[in-house]
Design a protein around this ligand. Structure first.
Ligand code: ATP
Ligand code: MG
Length: 425
């Protein structure tokens, strides 16, 4: 309670240039251009959000967001390359070469309850202070003022950055109820930065986690994609498991990971390989690969529990995914690719035990992904080999079995006999 009062009434702090580490040379030149143009035309212009946080942490920001007192129409007049987006709250996207976008928002306040009825384009503009307080986390609400290079902190973000903790702005339960995705954002930022979660921010998750299941599936899918390519997925999911939010996002898949410590651990281990690859600068794996990796421990457990005939596995997996009650909306094409990959991988795992492989599967589009996943699951390594499964198979069986089988399978299919290829989902 004491903490809550002090947060709400937090004295604003202004750090002058000599007292902080943000230098203009670390700011994207196009973001600087936008900030300066706004400023020279008489507007307040701040860098805000993740960019300020990351620069203070000595990290390279992913994107640079700007906030200003200029209204959307005024912003549009200042930049020829400006596009206004959003219906309820209009934002300006200033486009630059190479697809870069600098997002410029006008200071706004949290819309009041029941304001859904506001007519389109009716923005709830606010002051810089109100804009800081409507943001999610204290460390995400710091402003860098281009007019004098000061840092402005209305919410206690500098203190939290220094103490390496994530703290939601305002009363946690209210803020989670307003937008349950904030629960995930708390977990993401704590996982990504290796920060602790402030006590009240953490405690309120208990009474609000189920609200995540009411969020838009498309939005949650986007959020999950961000995490999978972040290089910190294992840290984020480890907290996700600890705070038991995964079932509210991934339905039965998340529930299984929360309930089975062995599969939960395996999932974290696999995500750790993915993170290491991303951080070591490997080409980012496809979305199909990342989701197959995420679902593997659950799917493998399902196959083991049901010991189905080969032909039924795809149907089994399809039905199980559909029945899992996931909140995220998994696009249909992605779902079917993931199912194919997991199906082939399951064959590989069986083949590694029995020495019998259906090499006709090599013709399947997802074979390569399954082979690379096999390397992670069985060998515990991110393999750059063309076909790590086949290399492994030949090595342990010390035979030319692969080739022989491949010949046999192709003769088999040439004979036109049905059933030589498993069904597609
Ligand atoms: P990242 O490095 O992932 O881009 P970020 O903090 O910049 O981190 P964004 O999703 O780009 O995250 O959002 C930009 C800013 O918008 C945040 O820093 C935060 O101030 C604000 N914001 C984003 N989502 C919310 C939300 N759900 N509620 C309130 N404020 C939000
Ligand atoms: Mg951002």
């Amino acid at each position: 309670m004491v903490r809550k009062m002090s947060r709400q009434r937090h004295e604003s702090v202004v750090l002058k240039r000599s007292d902080h580490r943000i230098s203009r040379k670390d700011i994207d030149p196009d973001a600087l251009k936008v900030l300066y143009r706004l400023y020279r035309k008489g507007h307040t212009a701040y860098l805000v959000g993740g960019a300020v946080r990351d620069l203070l942490l000595g990290r390279k920001p992913k994107d640079f967001d700007v906030v200003t007192d200029a209204r959307p129409g005024q912003i549009k007049k200042l930049f020829a390359n400006c596009f206004l987006i959003g219906r309820r709250f209009r934002l300006a996207h200033i486009r630059f070469r190479g697809g870069k976008i600098i997002e410029v928002a006008t200071f706004r306040r949290e819309p009041e309850e029941g304001s859904d009825a506001l007519p389109e384009g009716n923005n709830t503009f606010g002051t810089p202070r109100e804009d800081a307080f409507r943001r999610d986390l204290t460390i995400n609400a710091l402003f860098y003022d281009i007019s004098n290079f000061t840092l402005i902190d209305y919410v206690g973000g500098l203190d939290d950055l220094e103490h390496r903790r994530v703290c939601i702005i305002g009363e946690p339960e209210t803020r989670y109820r307003e937008d349950p995705v904030r629960i995930w954002r708390v977990i993401r930022h704590a996982g990504r930065q290796g920060f602790t979660i402030e006590e009240r921010t953490a405690d309120a998750i208990d009474s609000c986690r189920e609200l995540l299941a009411t969020c838009s599936g498309a939005r949650l899918f986007e959020e999950l994609n961000k995490d999978l390519t972040s290089g910190y997925t294992a840290d984020i999911f480890s907290l996700g498991l600890r705070f038991r939010i995964l079932h509210a996002i991934l339905g039965g898949v998340g529930e299984h990971l929360e309930r089975s410590p062995r599969d939960g651990e395996q999932c974290l281990k696999l995500l750790g390989f993915l993170d290491a690859a991303v951080r070591n600068g490997h080409a980012p794996p496809s979305q199909e690969f990342m989701f197959s990796l995420l679902f593997f421990p659950w799917a493998h457990n399902l196959f083991q529990a049901r010991e189905q005939q080969n032909g039924d596995r795809i149907q089994l997996l399809t039905e199980a995914i559909l029945a899992s009650g996931m909140t995220i909306t998994l696009p249909k094409a992605l779902r079917s690719q993931v199912i194919q990959t997991l199906f082939i991988l399951e064959h590989m795992l069986a083949a590694a035990r029995t020495g019998r492989m259906r090499w006709a599967l090599k013709k399947r589009g997802r074979y390569q992904d399954a082979s690379r996943l096999f390397a992670l699951v069985v060998m515990g390594q991110w393999s750059e080999k063309h076909d790590p499964f086949e290399a492994y198979f030949r090595e342990i069986f010390k035979t030319d079995a692969g080739k022989k089988r491949r010949r046999r399978v192709s003769r088999y299919s040439r004979s036109g006999k049905k059933g030589s290829t498993p069904p597609t989902p």
